[in-house]
Write a protein that binds this ligand. Structure first.
Ligand code: NDP
Ligand code: X2X
Ligand code: MG
Ligand code: MG
Length: 491
């Protein structure tokens, strides 16, 4: 099998990358009806499998899990996940032949093997679904022509797919029908019903393509969503320790700081996150983020280029063939960092203090969101998709760090995202060495504008506000957030 994207003409590459239509909520008026009464069998019960299944069952759909024999026999975590939540669990032979929809939520590394095992058991005219386009696009898997192939991809870590649904909201979702596999023309209706079943239609759904999803998802996860939050956590923590800040305080400021400052961004964009600062602090955060953008721009572009050419996928698949040696080594190394090994202190930190004492973190978030958005849209990904993949998903990833630091983030995200996160982190830390040398506790750990009045140069503040407000991510974000009427505070 070859990389499907690389077999396309430039014209077709751009067409598929550019497939991205924001769907009106009225298009979901039929809710889950297209799948009502259908037998839906999920392969795998991990981060996405369990949480999507819980949502879909609560939405009235018939959900069961099929796991590999060993998982059932050894009562592995995935078996416990399904069993403890009262779902039917069966082997492939027991459940696949009668399934109308088979949802493949196993790790990307396993997709070729899993699809190879389940496809022969699938009944004529059934549907195979993915939540990430890697297997179809980067590996070029061919699916039996009588089968419909769809994708429903939540732009969110599995845990938050469930948490947002429980709040009565949802997470932005990309849906797609594989053009090579839509023999009965039912793919889109089924994908819409599936998206409604997970609650995605309450946050926003884009009718997209497997190509557009995989190229944007890989970019978002490697850079702003996981890579930069990992690098930022480690660099900010080490700096505060170097400068004598209490370790428990430093740990808490970071562990819960990303969640707090990005919650402001989820509601009102980068503009609102920055508005939570004093005028002098806002200008400082802006200046730091401009510097960070100049330093990191080449790295963001390299990640985008390596994703587009297939170089990233080739590199990761070499590690798959080498029993995930790099992934496991880098995972262990992350666990040994001082940030990961230092429990959060029990100091009280107010919501405002996370902003006032986290100016550098705010600068990193603004720089990362804008750079990721720019790199994606400059490479043919549509603004709405880039928004969901950069700005809106950052707070959802930050929620996992708040729970149990980088350990939890790297546990919940896919192995694909985790691998890309480490690649970015290894390249970004040395890139920021010079920048971090000039950093002191005034921008991380202490209140930047303490003992300062709020006076600033008007012209400078006006220019900063204009630059923030006029970035394309703010324009498209304001429009998309208008539809997020069901958005709820996380606490
Ligand atoms: N994690 C996330 O938040 C997101 C993931 N995705 C995509 O969703 C899909 C699933 O990812 P994710 O939820 O992270 O996966 P997890 O690693 O969390 O779970 C994988 C599940 O698959 C099972 N599994 C592993 N290997 C095999 C195999 N060879 N055969 C059958 N079952 C197997 C595991 O069970 P056991 O090992 O116990 O047998 C486990 O139940 C991927 O395509 C990913 O890219 C998309 C958006 C976000
Ligand atoms: C959580 C998510 O959207 C990721 C980062 O794409 C993934 O886990 O693959
Ligand atoms: Mg993603
Ligand atoms: Mg991903």
């Amino acid at each position: 099998m070859a990389n499907y994207f690389n077999t396309l003409s430039l014209r077709d590459k751009l067409t598929q990358l550019g497939k991205c239509r924001f769907m009106d909520s009225s298009e979901f008026a039929d809710g889950v009806n297209a799948l009502k009464g259908k037998k839906i069998v999920i392969v795998g019960c991990g981060a996405q499998g369990l949480n999507q299944g819980l949502n879909m069952r609560d939405s009235g759909l018939d959900i069961a899990y099929t796991l590999r024999d060993a998982a059932i026999k050894e009562k592995r975590q995935s078996f416990i996940n399904a069993n403890e939540n009262g779902f039917t669990v069966g082997t492939y032979e027991e459940l696949i032949p009668s399934a109308d929809v088979v949802i493949n939520l196993t790790p990307d590394k396993q997709h070729t093997a899993v699809v190879g095992a389940v496809m022969p058991l699938m009944k004529k005219g059934a549907t195979l679904s993915y939540s990430h386009g890697f297997n179809i696009v980067e590996e070029g898997t061919q699916v039996r022509k009588d089968l419909t192939v769809i994708m429903v991809a939540p732009k969110s870590p599995g845990s938050e797919v469930r948490e947002e649904y429980k709040r009565g909201f949802g997470v932005p979702t990309l849906i797609a029908v594989h053009p090579e596999n839509d023999p009965e023309g039912k793919g889109l209706e089924q994908a819409k019903a599936y998206a409604a079943g997970t609650g995605g239609h309450k946050a926003g759904v884009l009718e997209s393509s497997f190509v557009a999803e995989v190229k944007s998802d890989l970019m978002g996860e490697q850079t702003i969503l996981c890579g930069l939050l990992q690098t930022g956590s480690i660099l900010c923590f080490d700096k505060m320790i170097e400068k004598g800040i209490d370790a428990g305080y430093a740990s808490k400021l970071i562990q819960y700081g990303w969640e707090t400052i990005t919650e402001g961004m989820k509601y009102g964009g980068i503009t609102h996150m920055m508005d939570r600062l004093s005028n002098p602090a806002k200008i400082k955060a802006f200046e730091l983020s401009e510097e960070l953008k100049d330093i990191m721009r080449p790295l963001f572009q390299k990640h985008m280029d390596d994703i587009m050419t297939g170089h990233f996928s080739k590199t990761m698949m070499e590690d798959w063939a080498n029993d995930d040696k790099n992934l496991l080594t880098w995972r262990a190394a992350t666990g040994e960092t001082a940030f990961e090994k230092t429990p959060a202190g029990n100091q009280d930190i107010t919501e405002q203090e996370f902003y006032d004492n986290g100016v550098l973190m705010i600068a990193m978030v603004r720089a990362g969101v804008e750079l990721a958005f720019e790199a994606m849209t400059e490479s043919g990904i549509i603004a709405e998709s880039a928004y969901y993949e950069s700005l809106h998903e950052t707070p959802l990833i930050a929620n996992t760090i708040a729970r149990k630091k980088l350990f939890e983030m790297n546990r919940v995200i896919s192995d694909t995202a985790e691998y890309g996160c480490y690649l970015f982190d290894h390249a970004c830390k040395p890139l920021l060495t010079g920048f971090m040398k000039n950093i002191d506790t005034d921008v991380i750990g202490k209140n930047f504008s303490e003992n300062m009045d709020n006076d600033v140069d008007n012209a400078k503040l006006i220019a900063v506000n204009k630059a923030l407000r006029e970035h394309p991510v703010e324009i498209v974000g304001a429009r998309l957030r208008e539809s997020m009427t069901a958005m709820k505070p996380i606490v």
